[in-house]
Design a protein around this ligand. Structure first.
Ligand SMILES: *Cc1c(COP(=O)(O)O)cnc(C)c1O
Length: 457
């Protein structure tokens, strides 16, 4: 498979190059030159078997089939449930797809456990190394660290804001005892951490000398790995028309559902759930994307105004015209507003996408209601998904909400909603007692760069 940039001014690349590049050199995101169809007969055995078949056309010859199958097996061996992403019924036509069974208890593990292993393989073949740098406010950092902690060709430095992550989130990063993993507390905010990462990438000599790389949510391989569970859930439900509700931030998860649909999975609607940071919900209601300021909520992984993966859908809406897409995004950056034509909206959005928003008090109420009605204890992100699912259900069509994090990652909100504090699963039961390994650095580019140099192997 070859890949093109959504902004139309980058060379076509194969899968392995796209994996390592992340962002295209023209600032765009990579997408396959065309969307493959799912084979008529999908394997109905394990998740792993299905995963290798669904992803095979995207990977092509860049990773030999037997190696790829092994990487998939290894990636999902770290999940606690044999089904990898088990489906649970809440009520008639009301389902939960549990994506929190990975090592760090968030859906990002589904992609990052595989992406880390593919990085290591491809780098090993090329006899290269990379230094992954990233900033995190919580979930992404721990999932990225866990995904690469056993890689011999990857080092990782994750910056997090000192004193501003939850104990569970921090401990998940600082208790990993691998020589290639470095969690750094920066004396600043999450935005300061992000600015430091950007500044490191913008320092070209440093970037090249350190071979900097990123595994952020625009990386094509992450989206690819997420398409699998949409196919899997639809298959589990008998391959009949099925809708999904997805608590959404950067639009990566729900885009994977759109791709599964594009490949032939019988997916009816994709419901986008937002918290108060509702730029996407407003877009689906009005056809205009209008940027606003980010407000902190109980579902921090959705506290996002610009959903970077939306660019891939926009590219499709523009009939894959990268020039038009680049221009639209340029205008969005300068005036904070992006409009699409009625016919584009009617063709691409209206038949598939629905949206809904929930504020923190509604989120807490949903957590409490789901607990009383089903016994299921859900986190605030998943609660937004459940709320959106309820609003957009159609009779006779199964509605699957993607459960994106284990409730124990957000114990304060869950305790507020239900009166009891969710326990961590057994493999993390002693997490808060484990010894931490961390560095505190000032919010200073020079200091952070010197640290990165000192730990690069
Ligand atoms: C990252 C994350 C999301 C948002 O997913 P996107 O792919 O960015 O839309 C939702 N819930 C949780 C728990 C997450 O960690």
């Amino acid at each position: 498979m070859r890949y093109v940039s959504t902004r139309g001014r980058a060379p076509e690349l194969g899968f392995a190059d796209v994996l390592l590049a992340g962002l295209a050199p023209d600032g765009g995101l990579y997408v396959p030159v065309d969307w493959p169809s799912l084979p008529e007969h999908l394997p109905s055995g394990s998740y792993q078997e299905l995963a290798t078949v669904v992803m095979a056309p995207f990977v092509g010859d860049d990773i030999p089939a037997d190696v790829f199958a092994r990487l998939v097996d290894e990636a999902y061996a770290s999940f606690r449930h044999e089904a990898v992403t088990p489906l649970r019924q809440l009520a008639a036509d009301d389902w939960l797809l549990d994506l929190s069974q990975g090592p760090t208890l968030a859906f990002k593990d589904v992609a990052l456990q595989l992406v880390g292993r593919m990085f290591d393989y491809v780098l090993g073949v090329r006899n290269e190394r990379v230094m992954i740098v990233g900033a995190t406010s919580g979930d992404t950092g721990s999932a990225a660290i866990d995904g690469v902690k056993s890689c011999s060709n990857v080092d990782i430095v994750i910056l997090y804001p000192h004193g501003r992550t939850s104990d569970v989130q921090r401990k998940q990063m600082t208790t990993v005892d691998s020589p290639n993993v470095h969690a750094v507390a920066v004396e600043g905010t999450f935005d300061d951490c992000q600015d430091l990462v950007k500044a490191m990438f913008n320092d070209a000599p440093f970037r090249d000398r350190m071979r900097l790389s990123a595994v952020n949510s625009i990386n094509w391989a992450r989206v690819m790995a997420q398409t699998v569970y949409y196919v899997y859930a639809t298959q589990q439900l008998g391959w009949r028309p099925t809708s999904f509700s997805v608590p959404t931030g950067n639009f990566g998860n729900v885009l994977a559902g759109w791709i599964a649909r594009r490949m032939g999975a019988p997916i009816r609607s994709l419901v986008v759930g937002s918290n108060q940071n509702d730029i996407l919900t407003r877009f689906f209601e009005t056809r205009s994307m209008v940027a606003d300021t980010v407000v902190p909520t109980l579902s921090p992984s959705m506290d996002i105004q610009v959903s970077s993966n939306f660019e891939r859908l926009l590219f499709e809406m523009n009939n894959r015209d990268g020039g038009v897409t680049a221009e639209q995004l340029q205008r969005f950056r300068s005036v904070g507003r992006l409009d699409v034509e009625t016919d584009q909206f009617e063709r691409w959005i209206a038949p598939v996408f629905r949206a809904a928003r929930f504020d923190d008090s509604e989120t807490l109420r949903i957590i409490g209601e789901v607990r009383s009605a089903t016994g299921e204890i859900i986190d605030p992100h998943t609660a937004v998904g459940i709320g959106a699912a309820r609003l957009h259900r159609s009779p006779g069509i199964p509605m699957v909400t993607t459960l994106t994090a284990h409730a124990a990652k957000f114990p304060d909100a869950v305790e507020q909603a239900t009166g009891s504090r969710p326990a961590l699963p057994p493999h993390l039961a002693d997490l808060l007692e484990r010894p931490e390994r961390t560095q505190t650095l000032p919010n200073d580019l020079g200091a952070v760069q010197r640290f990165v140099e000192s730990v690069a192997r």
